[in-house]
Design a protein around this ligand. Structure first.
Ligand code: AMP
Ligand code: MG
Length: 340
């Protein structure tokens, strides 16, 4: 049975306390963060963590991020905390930044997929922080979606994938950022960007200087030793996704051309982006890159429900949140990219 706790209007502590009780008992609780919804379990309980992998159908070598509510919790989970980690945590936590550090003995290996490193972040969301505080444990939580599907940005999305399969869903409304956290590996120098996300790379570089971008961010090579999650197809709706990248007007014309071509083939076509098109389904993402990021996964899930055969997606410039948006779009397309 799944209990849905509604705290959309007002965050009442007694309600979060119920969810915290589930965490302590080794059960699964989906909760909102500022990025996407997480599927949480007590990070120090190996069996509870195993259930996350089972529920999601997640490969065992794809590690989880541990969510904390205080700096003291980081000191328990990490063996060493380099100065740069401290600087980044001070500047950006709570926030959409995940730090990869050497793991301590207390972190079960199921969480790290067998690695000697651990990924940690402090989410900037009152409900998430309260849940961690009240359960008095760090919470391991990947995105609350069936493995391979688009990440959930509302409790409704979580219920689509997990209703009846987990103990509790906390409904805190739609998430503010809409793409997952930025993941930085600080066990190497220079630090490595493993996943672009809700905190722009440019902001992080202002604090610690140049960061190397892992080639897998662009889908180039897939060195799976460091960032195992990157080898799997992600964020993918059932329909075929094609990303069209380039200057705006050219992208527009190309998409119009493709709509005509697919229609002729008798296919039902959807478009996601900032323009208006004469397609079967059009999901307007927004004008700013922040709005586009916020609506991206919702759009992919929406398209699936409409049963389109092909989704054409407008590319955006890879600046700020644009790097995360393009990374998710390209992955969702299985790297079916048309450059104009
Ligand atoms: P998710 O929480 O579903 O967004 O996925 C978490 C992602 O964090 C994984 O796919 C990995 O890419 C990354 N991650 C978690 N732990 C580590 C780690 N120890 N080393 C490198 N990347 C990690
Ligand atoms: Mg995920």
């Amino acid at each position: 049975m799944t209990i849905i706790i509604n705290v959309r209007e007002r965050i009442e502590e007694w309600k979060i306390r119920i969810a915290a009780g589930f965490i302590r008992e080794g059960k699964l609780v989906a909760f909102p963060t500022e990025t996407v919804y997480g599927l949480g379990a007590n990070a120090l309980d190996e069996n509870a963590v195993k259930r996350i992998f089972e529920a999601k159908g997640r490969p065992a070598d794809n590690p989880l991020i541990i969510h904390i509510a205080s700096f003291e919790q980081l000191e328990v989970l990490a063996k060493e905390i380099p100065e740069e980690a401290e600087m980044l945590a001070k500047r950006f936590w709570p926030g959409p930044l995940t730090l990869v550090l050497p793991k301590s003995e207390v972190v079960p290996r199921v969480i790290t997929g067998g690695l000697d490193t651990v990924a940690v972040r402090m989410p900037a969301h009152e409900i998430a922080l309260k849940l961690i505080e009240l359960s008095e444990r760090p919470i391991a939580a990947p995105s609350a979606n069936i493995s391979g599907k688009p990440s959930p940005t509302s409790a409704h999305h979580v219920a689509e994938d997990f209703y009846g399969k987990i103990e509790c869903i906390i409904d805190g409304g739609e998430t503010r950022i809409g793409v997952e956290s930025t993941v930085i590996d600080l066990t190497e120098w220079p630090p490595v960007l493993l996943r672009p996300g809700g905190l722009p790379l440019e902001e992080i570089e202002k604090v610690i200087g140049e960061i190397r971008i892992h080639p897998a961010v662009y889908g180039k090579s897939v060195d799976t030793a460091k960032a195992p999650g990157m080898k799997y197809r992600h964020y993918a709706p059932s329909a075929e996704v094609i990303v069209v990248e380039g200057p705006r007007d050219k992208v527009r014309r190309k998409i119009e051309e493709l709509i005509a071509k697919f229609k002729e083939e008798g296919k039902k076509v959807g478009v996601i982006g900032s323009g208006s098109y004469d397609a079967d389904e059009v999901f307007y993402l927004g004008d700013t890159v922040e709005e586009i990021a916020r609506n991206l996964f919702k759009a992919l899930r929406h398209m699936d429900r409409t049963g389109v055969d092909v989704i054409l997606a407008e590319g955006v410039e890879e600046k700020g949140l644009g790097l995360a948006v393009m990374n998710r779009l390209r992955k969702a397309s299985g790297y079916r990219i048309i450059k104009v």
